[in-house]
Write a protein that binds this ligand. Structure first.
Ligand code: NAD
Length: 484
């Protein structure tokens, strides 16, 4: 059911798989360049049908909290049962090494598990009124339908991060996965929820390109909330379209995350964490470490030791269990990454390790002598690159860290927690991790950024706000004196 060779047809709408008369798109394995399968993409009419199906089905879904919990429990069991197949799908479609693929499945199960509590967390409250004889109530209702648009880098988990709370809170969902990952980011979830017993029309998947199908998912009048995870440029367009249609927008966008290491830090721990968050999934995560900011007195030692460790990371096909560094998702992304490396060298920096590529495999790359205005530092490079920038005071480190339009996450290693906390207090980010690295997400902790990194927070009470609407209902229990 979930193997690479299984049938992966096309759009899943109102409980049915649609294929006839639609264009098909080849899904390619970025490691081998072999065709994985062909997937049928949705039409704009499919998006309209999906929202209409939600309008028919959503109110009884909203009225059945125990049914929602049962569907989620079934989905969790299925994910656990088919874990290995789904990890393989993530490997062949998105170039995910086994450790990253397993993490994605585990975190998706955690998100579904946490969402099973949401149907019971949206209690209505009663409040006192300033008007004699009146009873005030604050109701929290589902918004109705939610449009979800996701990227290719962590396709399964980032979809679940939005669809699990949206569905658990009693909404219907239309999910548009990225065109590079229509299966692991979309059709897997359609099959999972279909098998788990989701009622027809409540969960719909429309594989397709952004400019037509993605735009339709956002602009259709039906959804009152839109959850977008992807680049800042597209996120800004989605945000504008959402406001034009009077919808709330949850925007999880790009990052340019610093890893700050002071001279009294434990370098072993700083390098361990730095290595993981720089090279995990080839650096293709919004929460990857993008810049290493290292005190000048330990700078050379850090660069040498970091490069020596990075040199040992195995590169290869993600289906090989030993692989750490898999392929970049496509040529466009690879060319951007390689371009940033070349430009940074032209600007005066030195490649200490890597810098070369073979087809879609980019070598782990460590660059020294970097300043924050160089290409690999001032752009979200989204690749296996560690630009290392020296600093001389904590104030300077903070200034460099904040000198970016983004504000997603950061990590700080310092000799004392107090010193690290003082640095963290001045960082302009939505998340910050002391004595660790930046690749952290927990289903109950607020996930999101400030500035060009987005608006809103996933998880916990923060996502309840986004996918429900608040309503004041009052009951005038005694007759009231009006002033006329
Ligand atoms: P992208 O913005 O190109 O695409 C994201 C999604 O938007 C895709 O499904 C795409 O088809 C769709 N899309 C494109 N144009 C659209 C339009 N006009 N209207 C509606 N939808 C449209 O991003 P990507 O290249 O897939 O992913 C990489 C980016 O995502 C990076 O910038 C990364 O930092 C960011 N990202 C952020 C987070 C986060 O949680 N903050 C997580 C993962 C990725």
């Amino acid at each position: 059911m979930f193997t690479v060779d299984a049938e992966w047809p096309g759009p899943y709408i109102d409980g049915e798989w649609r294929t006839d008369g639609r264009k098909t798109v080849t899904v390619e394995n970025p490691a081998t360049r072999e065709q994985v399968t062909e997937v049928t993409f949705a039409t704009a009419g499919d998006v309209d049908d999906a929202y209409e199906a939600i309008e028919r089905a959503q109110s009884s879904w909203a009225d059945s909290p125990t049914q929602r919990v049962q569907v989620f429990e079934n989905a969790m069991d299925l994910l656990a049962e088919h874990r290995d197949n789904i990890v393989e799908l993530l490997a062949v479609e998105s170039g995910s090494a086994a450790s990253k693929g397993h993490q994605e499945v585990t975190k998706s199960i955690d998100l579904l598990d946490t969402a099973t509590q949401l149907p019971f967390r949206t209690t209505n409250t009663v409040a006192a009124s300033r008007v004699p004889g009146k009873r005030n109530e604050v109701h929290r209702d589902p918004v109705g339908s939610v449009g979800v648009i996701t990227p290719w880098n962590v396709p399964l988990k980032l979809a679940v991060q939005s669809i699990a709370p949206a569905l658990a809170l009693g909404n219907g969902v239309v999910l548009k996965p990225a065109p590079d990952t229509p299966i692991s980011g979309g059709l897997v979830l359609a099959r999972l929820f279909e098998e788990a017993g989701v009622p027809d029309g409540i969960f719909n998947v429309v594989p397709g390109y952004g400019e037509d199908i993605g735009a339709r998912v956002v602009e259709h009048p039906s959804p009152k909330a839109v959850s977008f995870t992807g680049s800042t440029t597209v996120g800004q367009q989605v945000g504008h379209a959402a406001v034009d249609g009077f919808k709330s927008a949850m925007l999880e966008l790009g990052g340019n995350n610093p890893h700050i290491v002071t001279e009294d830090a434990d370098l072993d721990r700083a390098i361990d964490g730095g290595l993981f968050a720089t090279f995990s999934h080839q650096g293709q995560a919004c929460i990857s470490i993008n810049r290493h900011l290292v005190h000048e007195s330990v700078y050379d030692e850090y660069v040498d030791r970091f490069a020596a460790r990075a040199a040992d990371l195995p590169i290869g096909d993600p289906r090989d269990v030993d692989t750490v560094i898999g392929p970049i998702i496509n040529e466009t992304q690879r060319d951007k990454i390689v371009g940033y490396i070349q430009e940074t060298v032209e600007q005066g920096a030195t490649v200490e390790l890597g810098g070369e590529y073979d087809d879609l495999f980019v070598e782990p790359t460590v660059i020294s002598g970097v300043t924050n205005d160089m290409a690999a530092a001032c752009n979200e490079h989204f690749g296996p690159i560690a630009p290392v920038i020296p600093f001389s005071t904590d104030e300077e480190a903070v200034k460099i860290a904040n000198d970016t339009e983004y504000g997603l996450t950061a990590s700080v290693h310092a000799g004392t927690e107090d010193r690290a906390r003082r640095i963290v207090a001045k960082l302009e980010t939505g998340m910050a991790h002391i004595n660790d690295q930046t690749v952290n997400s927990e289903p109950d902790m607020p996930f999101g950024g400030v500035g060009a990194s987005g608006i809103g927070r996933h998880n916990g009470e923060w996502i309840i706000e986004k996918f429900t609407t608040t309503r004041w209902v009052s009951v005038q229990e005694e007759s009231r004196d009006y002033p006329l």
